[in-house]
Ligand binder design. Sequence first.
Ligand code: PLP
Length: 389
Amino acid sequence: MPIADRMIKMVAGMEMVKKMFEEGARLRAEHGPENVFDFSLGNPDVPPPPEFHRVLRELVNRDDLGHGYTPNPGHPQVRAAVAEYLGSEHGVELTADLIVMTAGAAGALNSAIGALVNPGEEILVPSPYFIGYDHYAFIAGAVLKTAPTDNRFHLDIAALEAAITRGTRVVLINSPNNPTGAVYSAEELTGLGAMLERASQKFGRRIYLISDEPYRKIIYDGTVPSVFQAYPHSIVVSSYSKELSLAGERIGYLAVHPDAEDAALVTGAAIVINTMICVNAPSMLQLAVARLQGVTVDVSIYKRRRDMFCRGLAEAGYEFTVPEGAFYLFPKSPMPDDVQFLNILKEELILAVPGVGFGAPGYFRLSYAVPEAVISGSFKGFKRALESV
Ligand code: PLP
């Protein structure tokens, strides 16, 4: 085989994802798109805010814009704009030199992990977790370790502490969470921060916290508490993929806490990795998002869908925790084998992602980045599928 040995398993994994997409397309062609209820994709369908289109038109009309390479960590004025907004949001004095503009949150995660973790060392994540983390750990040659969450998918600090070893370099959290919709409270984060301080002392080595927050603005009650207030040795990673519905444009950033241990060194290493991965984040998109700080998609659209989906699934008899943010529901599979149950749902032309892919067999993920008609049209099928097991 000409491909690297370590790639064989990864390619097979990606083939499964591709098959799932193809299956959706096949069912739509066979039964008509209006009869297929596809909840498998986390691709935001809510339109970007009108401000985005206005800013983009202004930029496109400028003959003097320039389309060359940008400085590797991003345009200085863009980093400054992001630093100013994030600093006020997180209640810290952030400066442009602690911001790196990246190709989405994925680019930021690869850069942050690459900066901090040696091959063979551990990244610890609460489970269920976003499947991309397996890939980012793979690229860094790191080991992804998991610790369970509690029965509401919130942090179990004792379980995380028990899973930390001498090899743990990073704890990676994601709130609002994909796939569970959990939003960690300020108390949870404070508890996590205290635990990370203890563990760093115990092993004589600083453990960093990476907080992956691309769904930060997709929240249904209040705001997302800041990790920067809970633990200084933190990196916030985020993007405009969900909050501005720009997932295909690949624009995001990472921000290092100013009081983090060796903050300048860590930021510098992340810049080097980012340069190796993509040279610089897309230039025009950097310029656009700098002018859109604090602007978000209409979150009420997601909230209406969440409420509608929760009502329908509860009436059909499903067990689930109501999502506090993001746009996913993570119900319990009515039978232990979630993959088998998804085959039953597929007979009802309902598509979802098995929990096993998120490290949580016995559950399945439904994305409500779909029109309301898809949600309301699916309820009869959900009910029949549950009754059949
Ligand atoms: N982190 C989480 C939890 C996600 O759900 C996603 C994408 O779905 C990403 C990171 C990657 O985001 P981006 O598209 O901004 O790279």
